[in-house]
Design a protein around this ligand. Structure first.
Ligand code: FMN
Length: 366
């Protein structure tokens, strides 16, 4: 059940701010009903015999940095390739395109799980020399059922407080098993002392990022403040998906600037970590494109398994993004000397509105 309370409060803020004649802009925001219909249509179940484009739709439901969807697809006989779309880079937060490649890994994992569930079974590999892409080669075979498949349209990043309840051991073991991929370590931390250390690193990272005007400027480009803007763009970070108010475009930058402060964000992150059941740190054995993709695949599998168990997840990547914090995070995860790729928190939390996707670029090769 999606809570509307904060959204309604948001509408109130907007209405108050608009006193004096901006009713047209408010009515131009679109409705959450419209938004939910659009975001759920993207997540409609696949037909029994899906077209390759249907499988690609499920691939695009993967987590991806700032929801830029930095991918292009190419279909040929028995093959789907995912190539990077460098026009969707986020060079400030992700100067070496690490997250871009990890996002492609997340999409590749959704794709191979969805294809296998419908009898297209194959291997996913990185092909830097050829198409500079991730290649999924498949053959027709017996469908592979998996709880991860059913979780693809239900997974979402939930940036809210969680309940703080512990996950049963069997659940943690299932999370670890799902995330187990050769070439990637997934370390699950549930000890409160370790979680407090992660919290402090997230706050240090967030403070550094919020004090960087270029980071804030880049983030703003991907923020969508109302249903209409989010539907129209089909990408970016919609405020309601993070439990924040919806606002008309004309006032959003002003109100956002007032509310989006380092201290307010840090207080929020502290609560988020304190109410999480645990944190998972993903780190590839090597610091290269191949392993960034693998880390994305492992993280996507982790999120899907969590979703299947009724858990919510959210990225708290700041200590992996700010280079000076990586050494401490790696040591905390018991992986000294390694680059931490992805940090996810997990726990029991609410459902929030689902994020949008653009129609992907798909090339068909005869
Ligand atoms: C490599 C990577 C890094 C991410 N980093 C963050 C982050 O630091 N903070 C955050 O809130 N979300 C982060 N995200 C989550 C994306 O914003 C999210 O997946 C996207 O907006 C789509 O929303 P969804 O996950 O609900 O489908 C990251 C995702 C990926 C794949």
């Amino acid at each position: 059940m999606i809570s509307r309370r904060r959204i309604l409060i948001g509408g109130g803020v907007a209405a108050a701010a608009a006193a004096g004649g901006a009713a047209i802009s408010i009515s131009g925001m679109g409705s959450m009903g419209e938004y939910d219909a659009a975001s759920q249509a993207l997540r409609a179940p696949l037909p029994n015999v899906p077209a390759t484009r249907d499988i690609i739709r499920y691939a695009t439901l993967a987590a991806n940095g700032h929801n830029t969807q930095p991918w292009r697809f190419r279909i040929s006989d028995g093959r789907i390739a995912i190539a990077p779309d460098f026009s969707k880079r986020t060079p400030v937060v992700d100067p070496d395109d690490h997250h871009l490649w990890a996002s492609i890994g997340c999409a590749a994992e959704n794709m191979s799980i969805a294809a296998a569930a419908h009898g297209r079974v194959g291997e996913t590999r990185f092909d830097p020399a050829g198409e500079g892409a991730v290649i999924f080669d498949y053959v027709d075979a017996t469908p592979i059922a998996s709880p991860l498949y059913g979780a693809i349209p239900k997974r979402q990043s939930v940036r809210s407080e969680y309940s703080g309840a512990a996950v049963p051991i069997a659940g943690l073991q299932a999370l670890a098993a799902a995330a187990s991929i050769p070439g990637v370590d997934a370390v699950i931390l549930t000890d409160r002392k370790a979680l407090a250390q992660v919290r402090d690193l997230v706050i240090a990272g967030n403070t550094a990022q919020m004090n960087d005007p270029a980071f804030v400027q880049e983030l703003k480009q991907w923020l969508r403040f109302n249903p209409r803007a989010a539907i129209r763009a089909g990408d970016g970070l919609f405020s309601a998906c993070s439990g924040n108010p919806v606002l008309p475009d004309w006032i959003a930058p002003v109100l956002f600037g007032m509310a989006f402060t380092a201290s307010a964000e840090n207080a929020k992150y502290a609560k988020h970590l304190e109410t999480s059941s645990g944190v998972a740190v993903f780190s590839g054995a090597k610091d290269d494109h191949d392993h960034w993709i693998l880390a994305g695949r492992a993280a996507q599998r982790f999120q899907l398994q969590a979703t299947a168990e009724g858990l919510k997840t959210a990225f708290v990547n700041q200590p992996a993004e700010v280079p000076s914090l990586r050494t401490e995070l790696a040591a905390l995860a018991g992986l000294p000397g390694r680059r931490p790729d992805i940090v996810l928190r997990f726990g029991y939390g609410p459902e929030l509105p689902y994020s949008m996707r653009r129609a992907p670029v798909i090339d068909e090769v005869e």
